[in-house]
Design a protein around this ligand. Structure first.
Ligand SMILES: Cc1cc2nc3c(=O)[nH]c(=O)nc-3n(C[C@H](O)[C@H](O)[C@H](O)COP(=O)(O)OP(=O)(O)OC[C@H]3O[C@@H](n4cnc5c(N)ncnc54)[C@H](O)[C@@H]3O)c2cc1C
Length: 492
């Protein structure tokens, strides 16, 4: 049997948080890092696909929180990597509400109903705050189709799924949609290339392994052993686990010994939201396309039934693609049925709005985030009046096991920038731990910046951490260079 591959730090998951954590470590001289990713790609919930001749975003599609006093760091990454985006404002949707007979509700009624829905939502929040009861039911729930439609926008887009917009006002309230053939994931590739690519632009096999589904984490005070589905064994001094909250709640990964109760309880308390964008391709467009018409709403008695629509003409003119968004119960229902059934339902809704003579869609794409065992949902959602201890517990390390991901970002959970900032946070927390260990052992260990400056790309490997002694295999060349630094004898 082959001996296990040993690394200083193993990162489980190559989504935005895993990549940003790895980058922080690599940039600070922690050279012996390995990323194990279950799927066959980098990106996680940032994922594009080719559909109807263009690139569509199955996962994150918007860069939210732009134009404020502070800069959303993902906006900066997008700018620096030359990602093409277009301004997108879904708040206009409330003026384009269709009823089942295809009539548009007059904007006065729509605006009035919107105000009523906002007022009732604020009222509900105040009462919940007073009662501290998350299950509190509002006195008057929406009844008419238009109220249901507007309630759906408010509830699912601003309050229930991600944190209220007011919490990211520092970054601004504008949203830009990614409209780039390389996809949103291009920013991850740009980030990763600084530490994952060889000089020949090849991925370093010793730093990233794809199709490695971690199934077991055996952790102790001396180190962590990871077993993957294909039977490979990896060992590490530290692990950063960047899998989603849905995966943590599932039984994909078993922990030996089990995680402590404070941890598992916190993980269980965080909701997982499902958000699904269904793409439909047509031979020609039959929907209105002028200014303020990008989004439209279907008002139906059933809450969230093919409610929220968008055309993709602003992002890709001439693409003739419509996107309809479903959430939670509707998402799960549609994931469980065939795409042909979904196509039929969506076409019936479109015919109600635009008449029976519209053409059939020529293609449909239905992502399945809920049933994807490497995601188990779309993003985390803390209860509205959560206790800060809850987030601290979700995030807190357990011994040598660190946790990251959008669900660990108290301010920006549910967002790409939440994942990005969480990765940086966790990377820095681990660096701090490594420095502490270094001080305790009184020897040079992990922070190799000065050494690398002298020796270029030499790789150090930690040979024996299990014993708790940090011995290093140091190439002779490095020994000679490091002597110039007056490093303690102990490491040599
Ligand atoms: C449909 C949808 C729409 C969204 N829209 C937006 C938006 O418009 N704007 C926005 O800012 N955010 C949006 N988000 C949220 C955003 O995509 C996420 O918050 C962010 O990408 C999460 O990054 P992460 O690194 O925390 O997790 P992930 O991207 O999920 O990364 C975790 C990685 O771990 C891997 N993994 C899982 N289990 C294992 C295992 N056992 N072994 C090894 N690897 C494993 C997964 O394959 C994955 O690659 C959306 C998400 C979805 C699904």
């Amino acid at each position: 049997m082959e001996s296990p591959v040993r690394s200083n730090v193993i990162i489980v998951g190559a989504g935005i948080s895993g990549i940003s954590a790895a980058k922080v470590l690599a940039e600070n001289g922690v050279d012996d890092i390995l990323i194990l990713e279950a799927s066959d790609r980098i990106g996680g919930r940032v994922r594009k696909d080719e559909f109807g001749g263009v690139s569509v975003e199955l996962g994150a599609g918007w860069i939210a929180g732009v134009g404020g006093k502070e800069c959303n760091p993902v906006w900066e990454l997008a700018r620096n990597s030359g990602l093409r985006t277009c301004f997108s404002d879904y708040s206009n949707a409330r003026y384009n509400i269709y009823d089942r007979s295809g009539k548009i509700f007059p904007s006065g009624i729509a605006a009035d109903s919107y105000k009523k829905a906002v007022d009732s939502a604020i009222e509900k929040l105040k009462k919940e705050e007073a009662n501290h009861d998350d299950d509190f039911e509002p006195q008057s729930s929406p009844k008419t189709p238009i109220e249901l439609a507007i309630d759906f926008i408010l509830h699912d887009f601003e309050m229930a799924e991600v944190e209220p917009i007011s919490t990211y006002v520092d970054f601004g309230e504008r949203e830009f949609m990614v409209a780039d053939e390389r996809g949103y994931e291009h920013i991850l590739h740009k980030m990763a290339e600084t530490f994952l690519l060889t000089s020949e632009d090849k991925i370093m096999d010793n730093r990233l392994k794809l199709n490695k589904v971690v199934r077991e984490l055996q952790h102790s005070r001396n180190g962590i052993t990871l077993t993957t589905e294909d039977g490979c064994i990896y060992e590490a001094n530290y692990v950063i686990l960047s899998v989603s909250i849905g995966v943590l709640q599932s039984n994909l990964i078993s922990f030996r010994p089990p995680l402590p109760r404070w941890k598992t309880e916190a993980i269980e308390k965080c909701d997982v939201m499902v958000y699904t964008k269904i793409f439909l391709k047509f031979q020609y467009k039959f929907w209105p396309c002028g200014p303020g018409k990008e989004f439209f709403i279907y008002a139906h008695e059933r809450r969230g039934y093919y409610t929220f629509w968008q055309h993709m003409e602003n992002a890709y003119p001439g693409s003739n693609i419509l996107v309809v968004t479903l959430t939670n119960g509707e998402s799960k229902r549609v994931e469980a049925q065939s795409d042909q059934e979904t196509l039929k339902e969506a076409m019936d809704v479109l015919r109600n709005m635009f008449g029976t003579d519209i053409p059939d869609a020529t293609d449909i794409l239905v992502p399945r985030w809920w049933n994807n065992r490497f995601q188990c949902g779309s993003y985390s959602n803390y209860p509205i009046y959560f206790n800060h201890q809850l987030v601290d517990n979700i995030k807190a390390p357990v011994g040598r096991l660190f946790f990251t991901g959008e669900h660990t970002s108290e301010r920006f959970n549910g967002y790409v920038h939440g994942g990005y900032l969480a990765g940086i946070d966790t990377g820095e927390a681990l660096l701090e731990e490594l420095r502490k260990e270094e001080r305790q052992h009184g020897s040079q260990t992990f922070l190799l910046e000065p050494l690398l400056a002298l020796t270029g790309s030499l790789t150090l490997t930690q040979s024996d951490a299990v014993s708790g002694l940090h011995k290093w295999e140091i190439p002779r060349q490095l020994f000679l260079s490091s002597n110039k630094l007056g490093l303690p004898e102990a490491i040599l």
